[in-house]
Every structure is written in structure tokens, then in C-alpha cells.
Ligand binder design. Sequence first.
Ligand SMILES: [Zn+2]
Length: 208
Amino acid sequence: MLEQRAAALDSDLVRAQTVLGDIQREVAKAETDVQLVRDRAARNQARLDAGTGTAKDLQALQHELDSLHRRQGELEDVEIEIMERAEGAEADVTRLEAERTALTAELEKATAARDDALKDFEAEAAKVASPRADTVAGVGADLVALYEKIRTQTGGLAAAALRQRRCGGCQLELNNVEMSRIKAAPDDEVLRCEECRRILVRTSESGL
Ligand SMILES: [Zn+2]
């Protein structure tokens, strides 16, 4: 969401900068136009002031000088209009740049928050995974495979404690025959509940 806003703002900014660049070139051209007319008027004025040439020449010079002054006035009006547009474009660029700076700060904050959350999650996952990894190493691959298979079948709990003759998974009571068999089974035998097929874990409260 923030990234999309940043991308949209970036293209707005590029557009505004392009507009400003175009107007700045117009300003430069208008300034050149005005300067050319001013220079020419100054030259005519100098010749008029020197007073050399025929009366007709001087009259023509004066006539041209008048029209140069009018032309200069028109060009200066154009220049002012362009400069006003340049100011508007500059304001647009400044505003968009400020918005972009604020958004960059917001993005950095959001990224930092996301990284923090990810770090927390990774720490939590490592905490959960590490005792399990130790267990996996301790019990052997076959039992782990069995455990995973039952977990898939039952949709969760794969091993249950045997407590007071009951399976902690299905809560059903084991009969005497089963209890006797479990009692006689060696410690390293993997026991299963006859009802739900979960791995049964013997405890001191099993009732054996
Ligand atoms: Zn059971």
C-alpha cells in the first residue's frame, strides 16, 4: 500500500519536474527575447543621442525605437506570465518532494516494524523448533515418520499420555488385556491405542 503510494508519488514528481524544466526553458527564451529588443533599443537610442544622419534617418530611428519599446513591453508581459507559471510549477515540485520525504520516513518505519515482527516470529519459531529437533534426533527416524503419519490422520494429536487406564487422545478406557500387555511391554516399545491408533505414552499415573 505504502509502496504503491510511493510509486504514484514518484511519477507525479517526475511529471512535475518535467513541467518545471519545460517552463524554465521558456523563461530563459523569454529573457533572451527581451534582452535582444533592449539591446537593439539601446543601440538606436545611442544613435539618436549622437544625432548623426539626416532628419529622415533620425525620424526612422525614433519610429523604430517606439515600436521596440512596445515590443519590449509585450515580451516582458509574456516573461512575467511564464515566471508566474514557473513559480506554480516550483511549488508543485517542492510540495511533492516534501510528501515523498514524509512517505519515505513512513516506509522506513513500516519496514523496521515488519523486520522486528519477523525477528520475533523467527525467534519464536526457533524456540518451538529446537526442542522438537532434539526430540527428533533422540527418538529415531521411524518413530518420527509414524508420529507424522498419525498426526496427518488425526489432524493434530499423534501421541497421548496413558492416564488412569485411559488414552489421552480418544479418552477411552483400556481393558485388562491391553493393560496387561502394556505392563509387560519393554520400555522402548512403541505402544498404540487400540481405538484411535495414537502412540500411547506411559506415565507414572498410567495405572499400570
Ligand atoms: Zn485412543
